[in-house]
Design a protein around this ligand. Structure first.
Ligand code: NDP
Length: 388
């Protein structure tokens, strides 16, 4: 049976891997909607490759370009937030959430509320609104399937185990490009050094998040919501080879791990095929050649973002929103060359301290999320002027 698919963030790194899979499984999928932020030409090319009927560009000022590129195509074009929501909640059966950052929250939430199967890469959506989203999924019959390789691994490791038998969820982290670097080197790190991930090829924002270990911090919070796991049950282990994608420890001492090559098509495909398995789109892992597998304790002195994420997980419910928003602002400034690398945790920590002074927050709906998110972005932008 053919399933209709919408790809949010089709022009990005996860979007590109998704398109490769969709083209390998033409008999299984019909692409009905694709979206991008500003890359009108890239989106138009994707429409030509897939025959998508709806193309949405988030940036309204790029709509005319998209219209021109697709003048002769049988595809409706649209722009802006409402159009993104339409792409997510329209005729698709499966929605791939591959927008980067909190910008993906509204469309992902619309897909969840419309009862879709959501293959979710956009971790920031769960970090900022995890409780609202998981509740909406339960109420509306949506299925949330993790695409992040660690959560996809955990999802596989948990299969067949009762939740009361799980004692620990162990997320692996490569350690990023600065795993062995000194604190002095890290302080001077340039954007080009930070995005040069040793094992994965990804978008710029997640690459910087991997370099600060904030990516693992966001993933901790993501795991908390996806697997209803309290902070004490979650652990991070540095595993430089990125062969073990994550593990689950059971009460009898058994540790179940998922291993595989470092290729995002593997977890994306499992989100598509679940509960079935399809033939791999790449050669399988070569255990002899992948060398010794090492595991280390993360260093939260050189990489304080991981500590900040644990604090967000254990503190006020608004803290995760503040952590994420301040991180997005700080990472953008670092990539622009206006904030030093070690300014990133500083900006986030200051915003979290200020949020805690504001008292307890209640997160009932996306409006509550938006208010805290906007406050944190403004605070982070202001506090950066003192660090630049
Ligand atoms: P990229 O930066 O490569 O792509 C992001 C996509 O989102 C692009 O299509 C971009 O459009 C679009 N986009 C950016 N900003 C907006 C916006 N404001 N509104 C609407 N669309 C927007 O990111 P990745 O593919 O690397 O990551 C996507 C998500 O998946 C992130 O949340 C990341 O953490 C997660 N993830 C990524 C992995 C990876 O291997 N890359 C692995 C696991 C998770 P345009 O091209 O026009 O800018």
């Amino acid at each position: 049976m053919t399933r209709k698919i919408a790809i949010l963030g089709a022009t990005g790194s996860v979007g590109t891997s998704t398109l490769d899979l969709v083209e390998r499984h033409r008999d299984r999928f019909e692409v009905v909607a694709v979206t991008a932020a500003t890359n009108a030409e890239g989106l138009a090319n994707i429409v030509r490759r897939t025959g998508a009927k709806l193309a949405v560009i988030a940036d309204r000022s790029r709509l005319k370009h998209l219209q021109d590129f697709l003048a002769d195509a049988d595809c409706r074009v649209a722009a802006g937030d409402e159009a993104l929501v339409e792409a997510a909640s329209g005729e698709a059966d499966v929605v791939v959430g591959a927008i980067v950052g909190c910008a993906g929250l509204k469309p992902v939430m619309a897909a969840v509320e419309a009862g879709k199967t959501v293959a979710l890469a956009n971790k920031e959506a769960l970090v900022t609104a995890g409780e609202i989203m998981t509740r909406a999924a339960q109420a509306g019959g949506a299925t949330l399937l993790p695409v992040d390789s660690e959560h996809n691994a955990i999802f596989q490791c948990l299969a067949g185990s009762r939740s009361e038998d799980v004692s620990k969820i162990i997320l692996t982290a490569s350690g990023g490009p600065f795993r062995t670097a000194t604190a002095d080197f890290i302080a001077q790190a340039t954007p080009a050094q930070a995005v040069a991930h040793p094992n994965w090829s990804m978008g710029a924002k997640i690459s910087v998040d991997s370099a600060t270990l904030m990516n693992k911090g966001l993933e901790l919070i993501e795991a908390h919501y996806l697997f209803a796991a309290p902070s004490e049950q979650l652990e991070v282990v540095i595993h430089p080879q990125s062969v073990v994608h994550s593990m689950v420890e059971l009460c009898d001492g058994s540790v179940i791990a998922q291993l595989g090559v470092t290729d995002m098509r593997l977890p994306i495909q499992y989100a598509f095929s679940y509960p079935d398995r399809w033939a791999a789109p790449m050669p399988p892992l070569d255990l002899i050649r992948c060398g010794p597998l090492e595991f280390e304790v993360p260093d939260t002195t050189r990489f304080p973002c991981l500590r900040l994420a644990f604090r967000a997980l254990e503190g006020d419910p608004g803290l995760a929103i503040v952590l994420n928003a301040a991180n997005e602002v700080a990472v953008a400034a670092f990539l622009d060359g206006t904030l030093p690398f070690n300014g990133i945790p500083e900006v986030i920590g200051c915003a979290m301290d200020a949020h805690d002074l504001n008292g307890t927050s209640r997160i009932r709906d996306l409006d509550d999320v938006r208010v805290i998110d906007e406050w944190a972005r403004t605070f982070a932008a202001r506090s950066m002027s003192g660090l630049q």
